[in-house]
Design a protein around this ligand. Structure first.
Ligand code: NAP
Length: 339
């Protein structure tokens, strides 16, 4: 059995990790950490897990080194790297759900996260944790930087289409909508029920943090710098993200090429569902699962390719993706614990 520790287990992505790992046939959960609930049985914080014989403990790196093979970091960015460094150096496999190792350029990290990178020497050991694009690298790595939630929805359809020249890398516009768990499990006025309920609002339209990794990965696919308009919105649902991506057709665009390219890219990918032309994705189809659903249409009126891409932010956008990465790097079936 793979022994796992979850640092930051009292948050939303920590809770989702517990849910997934609790029924994972090749794993056991050895440690769950929380500062505020240290000493409490898991059932007092998450009653649905009261059947599990686990208590929260304060994060203790020496203790984790003794008992865990794989550590999940479900912590705020900046802090995650501080835990990653000693645990990685001690030979543990580290799967980070935060943004700390996603951006390869420390200057860009500083620009978007407003702090110096906390562990720059470790960056060269990190692999971007989007299994459908980086599976072979993930197999060989012990430090996985799980792709962000918005970036997962945007990169899965965009990368194969840009690589094949089906869409243009110029003037890309993405409008994304996220459920409120994306903001974490904290009491914060803009995210309490009366503020969020019956409200639809855009935010961070001129420089959301996720732009750093989205543009990094789009540039790799396009072979040149890419700048996009990224328009995130908060919507009054608990879970789920939909991104609608508007592309100009690329040099190799022709009728049917979008579907053919996406189907070829994902024919063997269990967690990516490509819908027929004209059928658009829906958060209802993916909530509580590790699937990404991709729809598309061609708008003759404006000559634009329109993609919709939908995930559960806590599963394929965070903890499910993290477990998928763990399955790959530990050599167990990639779908274990996730279906
Ligand atoms: N929510 C999402 O949809 C989502 C999706 C993708 C990625 N992520 C990323 O995943 C990470 C966790 O997100 P989340 O939404 O699960 O956050 P969250 O609900 O706010 O939980 C944060 C966790 O970190 C712990 N923590 C906070 N400060 C700490 C400190 N100084 N020392 C030790 N533990 C500390 C908290 O526990 P205690 O306060 O009890 O110690 C809690 O368990 C973030 O980096 C986020 O950007 C989130």
């Amino acid at each position: 059995m793979i022994k796992t520790a979850i640092i930051g287990a009292s948050g939303y992505s920590g809770e989702e990790l517990i849910r997934i790992l609790a029924s994972h046939p090749s794993c056991e959960i050895s440690i769950i950490t929380s500062r505020q609930y240290a000493g409490e049985p898991i059932g007092t914080v998450f009653p649905r897990f009261s059947w599990m014989d686990l208590k929260f403990s304060k994060p203790d790196i020496e203790e984790i080194k003794k008992v865990a093979d794989v550590v999940f970091l479900a912590l705020p960015h900046g802090l995650a790297a501080e835990y990653a460094e000693p645990l990685f150096n001690a030979g543990l496999k580290v799967i980070d759900i935060s943004a700390d190792f996603r951006v390869r350029d420390t200057e860009i990290y500083k620009k978007y996260y407003n702090v110096d990178h906390p562990a720059p020497k470790l960056l060269k050991s990190a692999v971007y944790g989007l299994p459908e694009l980086y599976r072979d690298d993930i197999k060989k790595s012990s430090l996985i930087a799980c792709a962000g939630c918005y970036p997962t929805t945007i990169l899965l359809p965009s990368v194969p289409l840009l690589k094949a020249g089906i869409v243009s890398a110029e003037d890309i516009v993405v409008s994304s909508m996220s459920g409120v768990t994306g903001a974490g499990r904290k009491v914060d006025l803009p995210y309490i029920f009366p503020e969020v309920n019956e409200s639809l609002r855009a935010y961070a339209v001129n420089g959301h943090r996720h732009l750093s990794e989205i543009e990094q990965e789009l540039a790799c696919a396009a072979g040149k710098d890419v700048k996009i308009n990224f328009l995130p919105h908060l919507v009054p649902v608990n879970r789920g993200i939909n991104s609608t991506i508007i592309f100009k057709p690329g040099p190799n665009f022709k009728q049917g090429a979008v579907l053919e390219t996406l189907e070829n890219a994902y024919i063997d990918e269990f967690f990516v569902k490509v819908l027929p032309c004209g059928t658009l994705s829906d958060t209802k189809h993916v909530t509580g699962t590790n699937f990404c659903e991709i729809g598309h249409a061609y708008d003759e009126h404006t000559d634009k390719v329109i993609i919709t891409s939908t995930i559960d932010n806590l599963t394929k956008g965070a903890s499910g993706q993290a477990v998928q990465c763990m399955n790959i790097l530990c050599g167990v079936n990639e779908t274990e614990g996730l279906i």
